[in-house]
Design a protein around this ligand. Structure first.
Ligand SMILES: NC(=O)c1ccc[n+]([C@@H]2O[C@H](COP(=O)([O-])OP(=O)(O)OC[C@H]3O[C@@H](n4cnc5c(N)ncnc54)[C@H](O)[C@@H]3O)[C@@H](O)[C@H]2O)c1
Length: 450
């Protein structure tokens, strides 16, 4: 597949930010192709790898994973595309093998798709080695991680993008157009979250052929995310996965670009769902997993206050039976959109007190990038949005333009997790939200998708 984004889309965005985000001179000229390495070739890494392999402006030159089965699957993907075999790292299961890959001096960028606890240290090592980073959500685990990632980026001036794909969802981008055209009037309140029944992700049988469900193992005996993600539900109580919900809401409200989060608090319910799931599985009631105490409340509700007077409510809900929904709501003085029933109400346009179907609005406000690239995005992960997230990272790298979801976005969205944990631990206290931009939010301009 050819590189399909009009480079001007990104260069224009780059020009808008030229004053605030200077590229290092080493990154001066544009380039036609980039050499990419990947750390973590698990279930997510393989989806992102597919997007990289579809492109003729990317050479996947290095892959690192400490699980030979995952590394082998990734190599098979490369072979299927008839591309050159990348150099591989991690076959020896050395968790530090990625450093050898970064230090080889052959990469124009690296994608990090490893467990959360690795993201900050891997991103920091990459930026120190002057390798631009595309990091899967989240940016770090502790609040200090977020400061460390930010400070390393500022010190090294190495590009960093959080690969938050929901910002590229078709309806989410159409709503961005609606917000910017003033359809909702002045924004007042927004909602989003991560409402996704992950019980069959958090537990499986450990069989590499069956990553979802079919058992109650986790930790060393689990496979893929059950190996590591479940432990976060054992040890932590907070909004563990904020960026899918907050990313779009932050774009709509221009967070770090004329607006900022000022205060945060979180409430958590009791934890019942995961234990309930385990004991209902065959053999589950007598398994060691049934004795595990889970700390993560089944539904965690976080409220953020913004400098410009909006509130944003997030819900993390991954341990109970429910259909998937990110639960978006964007509400202003003139009306609101809610994605759960795909409906909108705009005063003066919709019948009073009635919902309208969203489709006509989607068609009218479809984002130019989607209008242009819908065909290219066909077949890509998560309804096409994975095409756009990889595309935007690669195009920004090639053009040496600022990353559309940058370091300030990354740490601000992701630091919601440790702050929500702190709030819950302190009896649901409301906390000040740190200003990672050190005041620059007042003058920074929106660039996401222009
Ligand atoms: N944006 C999205 O829609 C989306 C979807 C799924 C997952 N994710 C994110 O992607 C990341 C990976 O998730 P996943 O589902 O692929 O998990 P996974 O467990 O399937 O894959 C993680 C891989 O990282 C490897 N790894 C662990 N430590 C390593 C190290 N030190 N060096 C090299 N490799 C190492 C593991 O062996 C494994 O293969 C997570 O951050 C997750 O939150 C994002």
């Amino acid at each position: 597949m050819k590189s399909v984004f009009n480079r001007r889309d990104f260069l224009t965005a780059g020009a808008a930010l030229a004053g605030s985000l200077m590229m290092p001179t080493a990154f001066a000229a544009t380039r036609e192709r980039v050499r990419i390495g990947m750390i973590g070739t698990g279930m997510r890494g393989q989806v992102l790898l597919q997007e990289l392999l579809r492109r003729d402006d990317v050479e996947v030159v290095a892959l690192c994973d400490i699980e030979p089965i995952m590394l082998g699957r990734a190599l098979k993907q490369v072979e299927k595309f008839g591309k050159a075999k990348p150099k591989t790292f991690g076959e020896d299961r050395d968790p530090q093998a990625y450093k050898r890959m970064l230090d080889a001096g052959t990469l124009d960028g690296v994608i990090i798709a490893t467990p959360w606890e690795w993201h900050a240290q891997m991103a920091i090592a990459a930026m120190q080695a002057k390798v631009p980073v595309g990091c899967e959500v989240v940016a770090g685990v502790t609040l200090q991680d977020h400061w460390d990632v930010l400070n390393t980026q500022l010190k090294t001036n190495t590009p960093y993008m959080l690969l938050e794909n929901v910002c590229f969802r078709r309806d989410v981008m159409a709503v961005l157009q609606m917000v910017r055209s003033g359809l909702f009037g002045e924004l007042i309140h927004l909602q989003g979250g991560y409402q996704h029944d992950l019980r069959a992700v958090k537990f499986n049988s450990g069989d590499p052929a069956k990553p979802y469900g079919g058992g109650v193992e986790f930790g060393a005996k689990g496979w893929s995310e059950a190996k590591w993600r479940t432990e976060h539900s054992v040890q932590r109580n907070g909004e563990l996965y904020p960026s899918h919900g907050i990313g779009p809401c932050a774009m709509y409200t221009n967070i770090n670009r004329g607006n900022r989060f000022t205060r945060i608090n979180s409430f958590a319910t009791k934890a019942r769902g995961l234990h309930d799931y385990i004991v209902k599985q065959p053999g589950g009631a007598n398994s060691p997993s049934a004795k595990t105490q889970f700390k993560l409340g089944d539904v965690v509700t976080t409220t953020l206050a913004c400098e410009n007077g909006e509130t944003i409510l997030l819900q993390h809900d991954t341990s109970l039976p429910r259909p998937y929904s990110l639960g978006f709501r964007v509400q202003g003085t003139d009306g609101l959109w809610m994605d759960v029933n795909n409906s909108i109400h705009i005063e003066g346009k919709s019948k009073p007190h009635q919902w309208e179907d969203f489709q006509a609005y989607q068609d009218k406000y479809d984002h130019p990038l989607w209008r242009k690239h819908a065909k290219d995005a066909e077949g890509a992960g998560h309804g096409g949005m994975d095409f756009f997230v990889i595309q935007s990272f690669i195009e920004a790298l090639k053009a040496r333009a600022p990353m559309p979801i940058d370091i300030y976005d990354a740490v601000t969205w992701s630091a919601i997790t440790p702050l929500s944990e702190q709030s819950i631990a302190q009896n649901f206290q409301t906390l000040d939200f740190p200003d990672f931009t050190a005041g620059a939010w007042k003058t920074r301009k929106p660039i996401f998708a222009l």
